[in-house]
Design a protein around this ligand. Structure first.
Ligand code: PMP
Length: 427
């Protein structure tokens, strides 16, 4: 056990999840690479989800943050905050939501908590629908809408939550259905749930389940849900913490892949928009955002320094068409990974959109999840200089790939070769 790990174990909670048998300390980064305390260099195929949307140590963001730090770092509360207003204007503009209002938080968890506050207040009821296998954060409220047992430490909740099918398709009672039959079954499940209670306040869903293993519902499922929700005035909340900002390539927001009938009532975001600085937030049309009639503030949500990072990062993103890069390089990477995994008995599926790619592993010859293999591939890839993530259901047996959005073709090829080797030596 390395010294820092021993000290970590001595003072941090046991439930704070860490990757790798010998957990690593990352000391610096540049572009799509990071270095550990021993000076080893890694190609980072996971940092894009973990926070670094664009690139490690992006000079434009570093400059904006340093300049702001030299002027003032103050909380956003109680005084006007120019970078916060400017970023809110830009976020509202790209949100696709009419008459949008934006509230900044420090995390995705807090963004989803705020969405719950808005939805339950607006609709005057504390029942919500969430998806099986979902992940929405770690607070008491967010855990109450998280359907992924691995990340859900308590079943107590301030909300009454109904979990609807639609999250996991690969196993369970609906596994053998085609898309149309699956959608019909999930809609029937939703109607069944609605029949058991007075209409819930909202349904919250990730367009692609992130922690849940990069599983995407079939096209048309969320649109079909939306029709049912509209019959009852139930709000539609899209958790874009992983799928927002062009990560899925074809679309700027994940919901756009599913539902052409118009934007969600509420969108939540976080992670990469600050390129490492802690920004989360909620977007909703004014009527919903302003349904609260008491004061509310967030001391650290929207501080000048995080907003400066967000402004510089979003400007870089739009100027360099990073959504287009996610589409092009992500498309190539999916093809490369399908190629190098073809014929491997333990690879059930390579799936994804843009730079959000999952490789689902099973015990060869079976349909059983293989978390041990996923852990082994992570270790081998690390030894060979590549960082990836994992996720998926009760058994984390999906490799998750979500690099910074500036990934180059050469880096995609390098990473695919390392994965070919890591998977080849596992199976
Ligand atoms: N929603 C989704 C879809 C997420 O993936 C996450 C984080 N993994 C969260 C919410 C919570 O975000 P945070 O960790 O910033 O609280």
């Amino acid at each position: 056990m390395n010294d820092l790990y021993a000290r970590h174990r001595g003072v941090m909670p046991d439930w704070l999840a860490l990757y790798y048998d010998d957990p690593m300390e990352i000391t610096h980064g540049e572009g799509r690479h990071v270095w550990d305390a021993q000076g080893n260099r890694y190609l980072d195929f996971f940092g894009g989800i973990l926070t670094t949307m664009t690139a490690h140590a992006l000079p434009e963001v570093t400059k904006a943050v340093t300049e702001q730090a030299g002027r003032i770092i103050h909380s956003s509360t109680l005084y006007l905050n120019r970078p916060m207003v400017e970023l809110a204007e830009r976020v509202a503009m790209v949100s696709g939501i009419p008459d949008a209002r934006v509230f900044f938080t420090t995390s995705g968890t807090e963004a989803n908590d705020t969405a719950m506050l808005l939805a339950t207040t607006y609709r005057q009821g504390n029942t919500v629908v969430a998806m099986r296998n979902s992940y929405h954060g770690r607070s008491f409220g967010a855990v109450g809408i998280t359907g992924n047992r691995t990340w859900s430490p308590t079943s107590l909740s301030p909300l009454q939550t109904l979990y609807v099918h639609g999250g996991v398709r690969t196993r369970g009672p609906y596994a053998d259905l085609d898309d149309r039959a699956f959608i019909d079954a999930c809609v029937a499940d939703l109607r069944d749930l609605l029949g058991q209670t007075r209409p819930p306040a909202a349904l919250i869903a990730e367009p692609i389940q992130g922690v849940g293993g990069f599983t995407s519902p079939p096209d048309g499922l969320y649109a079909a849900f939306r029709e049912v929700l509209d019959e009852h005035g139930i709000l539609w909340i899209s958790d874009e913490v992983q799928t927002g900002w062009g990560r899925t390539g074809e679309h700027f927001w994940g919901w756009q892949a599913h539902d052409q009938s118009g934007p969600p009532d509420i969108v939540t975001f976080a992670k990469g928009i600050g390129n490492g600085m802690s920004i989360g937030g909620v977007i909703a049309r004014a009527e919903i955002m302003n349904c609260i009639d008491a004061n509310s503030i967030s001391t650290f949500g929207g501080t000048q320094i995080t907003m400066a990072a967000g402004l510089a990062n979003l400007a870089y993103h739009l100027e360099h068409d990073l959504q287009g890069n996610a589409r092009r390089v992500g498309g190539l990477l999916i093809e490369l990974l399908r190629g190098v995994t073809a014929g491997l008995p333990g690879v059930r599926e390579v799936r994804g959109r843009g730079l959000m790619i999952g490789i689902e592993l099973v015990k060869p010859g079976t349909d059983e999840a293989d978390p041990a293999a996923a852990a082994a591939v992570l270790e081998t890839a690390r030894r060979n200089g590549l960082l990836i993530g994992k996720g998926g259901g009760h058994n984390t047996s999906v490799l998750r790939i979500a690099p910074p959005l500036t990934l180059t073709v050469a880096e995609a090829e390098e990473g695919a070769a390392i994965l070919e080797n890591a998977l080849g030596s596992t199976y």
